[in-house]
Design a protein around this ligand. Structure first.
Ligand code: 4NP
Length: 164
């Protein structure tokens, strides 16, 4: 890892389904691009419901089917993350609002973005919450996140080239 890596934080509600998937897919694409030394990926949840838990088993199965191993444990998003990360990617509009509500001064608003805004193939505003649904919902999350993470990588590439 370079001394000042570019830092990405993916955020959902529980940090056991969508954001750990985004974190691990993004890390996979970054490693594939040979940029692993220059980017740090992490994830967090706006709720504390699942703090300390491993990723949801159903989500891990869907990810593994696409060649992605989900690693990590749930943690809650904290105010210090605004300063620590370069970009904060919200999985849905509710997550986006909850994150911005913690930025009292509004000084970090430019760092907070909607994950689906980076999609190139899908036309959804939110990464749908798969928690209470069936297997297809988990598979869709993985497809959507591959699309969004690819778009995000292209978007940040000039910034990475500047530090690599
Ligand atoms: P995530 O999914 O936000 O993608 O991790 C959820 C996980 C847990 C719950 C809801 C969504 N829950 O209600 O416990």
């Amino acid at each position: 890892m370079s001394s000042t890596p570019y830092k990405l934080l993916f955020v959902c509600l529980g940090n056991i389904c969508r954001s750990p998937s985004a974190e691990n897919i993004m890390r996979h694409l970054i490693d594939e691009a040979g940029l692993g030394d220059h980017v740090l990926c992490d994830s967090a949840g706006t709720s504390g419901y699942h703090v300390g838990s491993a990723p949801d088993r159903r989500m891990a199965i869907a990810a593994r089917r696409q060649g992605i191993e989900l690693v990590g444990h749930s943690r809650r998003f904290e105010v210090a993350d605004f300063e620590a990360f370069d970009r904060i990617l919200a999985m849905d509009r509710s997550n986006y609002r909850d994150i911005l509500a913690l930025d009292r001064s509004g000084q970090y608003a430019d760092k907070v973005m909607m994950m689906c805004d980076f999609c190139r193939e899908h036309n959804l505003k939110d990464v749908p919450d798969p928690y209470y649904g069936g297997e297809s919902g988990f598979n869709n999350v993985i497809d959507l996140l591959f699309d969004a993470c690819g778009g995000l990588l292209d978007e940040i590439r000039p910034e990475l080239d500047a530090i690599a």
